[in-house]
Design a protein around this ligand. Structure first.
Ligand code: IPE
Ligand code: IPE
Ligand code: MG
Length: 224
């Protein structure tokens, strides 16, 4: 059975769910938060050490201002409400992506990271204003600045996932089969599952089904 240290998830389908069920995309984003909580709990139950959640891409700035504002308000509300609880559950929160939000939100994110930085049970990498191309370009710039050799080991040091093993498993909900600029380097050998359900409908049972399938895959890494 394959070990499972790191799960990465593209949480897609909130907008469509909201339009279908409540006639508003934002209602879907709100409902998606419940799934986030369920999946965090189930990740801990499965004794998985790293969970990377794609919450907002560098391309998502193209969306209407009203939706963007709603999303960040939701995040602020969630963190203020839940950070103590996450801390009690020994969860470490790390933001990947560029923190160039409002001064208040940047502060809240930094405080939340600091507060939970010593926790060891589960590390959640929350990808916010994250784009894999930007991450890679930044890493190459760091190598150039320091005049370091371009090799895998050095490049990895400057990726934002530097203290995280590469994902073993990638799940994308929402019935779309693409990577949308997510962890292009880190996913080189991940097992990928595209799930038909929209994110707010995704549940523990679906998650465990995928984990079970993943555990039985023959992973070759180029070998036979
Ligand atoms: C994913 O759901 C969440 C974010 C990108 C913030 P979407 O908002 O992309 O939902 P769909 O794909 O439009 O249904
Ligand atoms: C990917 O979903 C980003 C997140 C889930 C945060 P999108 O809905 O933005 O992806 P595209 O635009 O359909 O590729
Ligand atoms: Mg989408």
């Amino acid at each position: 059975m394959n070990p499972l240290k790191h799960v990465a998830i593209i949480m897609d389908g909130n907008g469509r769910w909201g339009l279908k069920k409540k006639k508003s995309r934002n209602a879907g984003h709100r409902a998606g938060l419940n799934t986030v909580e369920k999946i965090i709990k189930e990740t801990i139950k499965n004794n998985i050490k790293f969970l990377t959640l794609y919450a907002f891409s560098t391309e998502n700035w193209k969306r209407p201002k009203k939706e963007i504002k709603f999303l960040f308000n939701l995040l602020e509300f969630f963190l203020k409400d839940k950070i103590e609880d996450l801390n009690k559950q020994k969860i470490k929160l790390k933001i990947i992506g560029k923190k160039n939000f409002s001064p208040e939100l940047n502060h809240l994110l930094r405080v939340s990271e600091k507060k939970t930085s010593k926790n060891k049970r589960l590390q959640i990498n929350l990808a916010l204003n994250y784009g894999s191309k930007a991450e890679l370009i930044n890493a190459f710039k760091e190598l150039k600045k320091r005049n370091e050799a371009i090799n895998e080991k050095n490049l990895k040091k400057y990726l934002q996932s530097n203290n995280t093993p590469d994902p073993d498993l990638l799940i994308r909900t929402g019935d779309t089969k693409r990577l949308s600029n997510f962890l292009l380097w880190q996913l080189a050998y991940s097992e990928i599952f595209f799930e038909k359900k929209l994110w707010p409908d995704f549940n523990e049972k679906d998650y465990n089904k995928i984990i079970k399938k993943y555990k039985n895959i023959k992973r070759n890494f180029g070998n036979i």
